[in-house]
Ligand binder design. Sequence first.
Ligand code: MG
Length: 252
Amino acid sequence: MKYVRYEYEGRIRFGVLEGDRVAELDGDFLFGARKTGSAVPCKDVRLLAPYIPRKIIGIGANYRSFLDWKKKEYPDHPGIFSKPSTAVLDPGGTIVLPDPSHTVNYEGELAVVIGRKAKNVGADDAMSYVFGYTCINDVTDNTMMFDEDKKWTRGKGCDTFAPLGPAVVTDEIDPEDALIETRLNGRVVQHMSSSDMYFHIPALIEFVTKYITLEPGDVIATGSPAGPGPLKPGDAIEVSIEGIGTLANKVG
Ligand code: MG
């Protein structure tokens, strides 16, 4: 299933993508919503971020290709950070660069959407807590993060720094071997399978839930493959993941 959230005739609803139509749901897809029987053409709706998570947990430097590219040592545990829900941006929305002198990078990533409350979950059982997957662009102001603040909250958390979507998919993806491709103004800048992750999804869920309770709709951004690079005003940035679709945004 490919679940979406959309605006149609001024109302926001959840739905299911079915070819070139969206089938309306009677509520939140995470909590057993059913189809109402109504459907509308995709071209008539505006797709929104498929969910507004209560929190987004990001994983820093979690791809072998990224670690090798940055000549970093392989970590002994996942390095985690968070992005506030107010950073979420809809597909098609405009990423706002806070300061023209700053280096703000795209980071195309596979996002895990949690389906039920998860605390102290073991890796063996972790996948049963996953509802589905979507694309996230972990937009990052490196100037704030590394030069100004020496902390990550502002550089990761600015408004519009978490483009999310276009759909949450359940069965259409092999999360352990999904191709992630990022395109900047049509040029491929990241191209890597999720199999390149250093800590895989079950290990990430085990580590995070040892410290932080994950709730339905919460998102884990699983890390960026090699190749993040800077954005500038007027850019078009797209994150495509095999089985999910393309998350396309503009830069303002
Ligand atoms: Mg990242």
